[in-house]
Write a protein of this length. Structure first.
Length: 59
């Protein structure tokens, strides 16, 4: 069974959040320009209906 994870990364230089969708440790989709962590998390929830794992990075 595949493992799904969303990585939310914050860039203080750009003042934006990036959302990356990872399947079995392989990045398959990357979205950016989210103004808040909550907006990035909401976008992630729209992609997958099953429980997913979140990871947060601060650059």
């Amino acid at each position: 069974m595949s493992k799904y994870k969303f990585r939310i990364t914050y860039s203080p230089t750009l003042n934006e959040y990036w959302l990356t969708f990872v399947v079995d440790s392989v990045q398959v989709l990357s979205l950016s320009f989210f103004p808040t962590k909550e907006a990035a998390t909401l976008a992630a929830q729209r992609f997958v209906l099953s429980p997913i794992e979140y990871e947060f990075e601060y650059l």
